[in-house]
Design a protein around this ligand. Sequence first.
Ligand code: ADP
Length: 334
Amino acid sequence: TSPVDPWPTPDERAADATLRPGTLSEFEGQPRVVDQLGLVLEAARHRGHTPDHVLLSGPPGLGKTTLAMIIATEMGAPLRITSGPAIQHAGDLAAILSGLTEGEVLFLDEIHRMSRPAEEMLYLAMEDFRVDVVVGKGPGATAIPIEIPPFTLVGATTRAGLLPGPLRDRFGFTAQLDFYEAADLERIVVRSAARLGIEVDDASAAEIARRSRGTPRIANRLLRRVRDYAQVHNGGAVTLELSRGALELYEVDPLGLDRLDRAVLEAICRKFGGGPVGVSTLAISVGEETETIEEVAEPFLVRLGFIMRTPRGRIATPAGWRHIGLVPPDRSGG
Ligand code: ADP
């Protein structure tokens, strides 16, 4: 996998346990989300209720799973983790829901990939804390209502727009996670380095942060790669020069673009004259899944102002042309 692939590798899932912030106050960045969520949890504690269902959206690696864990910790509640692709039949969901204990937090990652019947069962569970289990087939089938204890659903999705309206509407609190500021990522790198016993100076931490695509998971990964590189080349001490060397080796450019981001930008400019080009055409031309282009490369390129989404397709901006060393076409005269 690419070093800046925002999805976790199996190793990282294990390492995550040491690197995840455990409480809302340790969670870096995203100040608005942290404040709003803090209020939701505080109010629920006051009333002695379970908090409203929470929908978290945003590109992978920005802290959705971490926030779900924090919600459970802050409420002193158990946490159950599952994902949309794991729930293919309504029965899978019924089994999970009926096994919940009062106040439990259910984290449903990739909620947009749940099957349709499961989704309908979830509506009822979110609203009435009840599931209807259908027994039998054909005209003799009957729905047996089963009550489930009040719980909090934390749903995660890369884009809220992927969810059907009725599902979105059933969340009391919705938060959109955005790419992190470099200063926030720098604090994350420094904290992770301390936890992993890696010595990094401020300049190296800043360099790693700047090249992390605004994504904490990537910041933590690049930190480990830089550590490896420093061990081999310098007996372990991380310096700015070594950090740059490592990041270049892993094909992360100074703005944090990785191979895929650059391939997308290059394709739009070189193969499609700057666009507009449809996302599926683009995906084929760089040999990637459409979903990965839309959920990973595109949000970051849009955020940097290198590409724009238009109804007719994606176009490269003048800044995008220049980033890959090309001269933007003059479109002023027409
Ligand atoms: P997602 O579920 O959105 O893919 P995760 O919650 O798994 O992302 O976060 C990925 C990694 O980034 C975790 O290991 C966590 O340690 C780190 N991380 C995410 N958000 C933060 C944050 N705000 N502060 C510190 N570390 C974070």
